[in-house]
Design a protein around this ligand. Structure first.
Ligand code: FES
Length: 108
């Protein structure tokens, strides 16, 4: 089951940037906004060595980790190219101007 949380407006996220949402259960969640105004939510931990994806470089529908330059697909969280790994993806939806982050409520 998913509980939806109002985390602010889309405009609060810089284009080609990110902001952090803190979750006591799931840790830091990075909310990304692309140049085409799409938004994505990923755990703020690179699957390589837990680098902070929220300060990575957003390009197209991807983010490049600031530590060792892995590039992750924002929709799937998966590393691209030869790298293997996946950041956790959280559901995110836009209702009017508001961003709603979905966090599981039935996890163990
Ligand atoms: S921690 Fe992200 S590429 Fe190494």
């Amino acid at each position: 089951m998913t509980t939806w949380h109002d985390i602010g407006s889309v405009q609060e996220i810089p284009v080609q940037g990110a902001r952090l949402v803190k979750s006591s259960q799931f840790g830091d969640v990075a909310i990304f906004r692309t140049v085409s105004n799409r938004v994505y939510a990923l755990a703020d931990k690179c699957p390589h060595r837990q680098g902070p994806l929220s300060v990575g470089i957003v390009h197209g529908e991807k983010v490049t980790c600031p530590l060792h330059n892995w590039t992750l697909d924002l929709a799937s969280g998966s590393a691209t190219g030869a790298d293997q790994g996946c950041a956790r993806v959280f559901p995110l939806k836009v209702e009017g101007e508001r961003l709603m982050l979905g966090l599981p409520t039935d996890h163990a």
